[in-house]
Design a protein around this ligand. Structure first.
Ligand code: SF4
Ligand code: SF4
Length: 93
């Protein structure tokens, strides 16, 4: 997949890539440090990394367990709790 395809795909699927059932991502605040990706035990988060266009995305939100590790590690404040009735589940269960 080339850069142009990545950009087009990112725009088309934007609505589904900014939140999991537990976490909201404000991509405008993301500083592309990739700490959240490293710390997530469920591989929920991914990257858009094309030239000047760099930020985290929600790659597979259904896998999110609500552990909040990504929120704690994000110094930029780009990740936050989402209002949700769902209860977090243990990682690995
Ligand atoms: S930890 Fe925060 S600033 Fe770093 S890549 Fe994740 S969302 Fe962006
Ligand atoms: S809450 Fe936990 S499982 Fe969900 S995206 Fe953040 S680190 Fe990953």
């Amino acid at each position: 997949m080339g850069p142009a395809q990545l950009l087009r795909g990112e725009v088309v699927t934007r609505a589904g890539r900014d939140a999991t059932p537990f976490v909201t991502l404000d991509r405008s605040r993301c500083e592309a440090c990739w700490e959240c990706i490293d710390v997530c035990p469920e591989a929920v988060l991914g990257k858009i990394d094309v030239w000047f266009h760099r930020h985290a995305v929600v790659r597979d939100g259904d896998r999110c367990r609500g552990c909040r590790r990504c929120i704690k590690v994000c110094a930029a404040g780009a990740l936050s709790d989402r209002d949700s009735d769902r209860q977090p589940t243990a990682v690995g269960s």
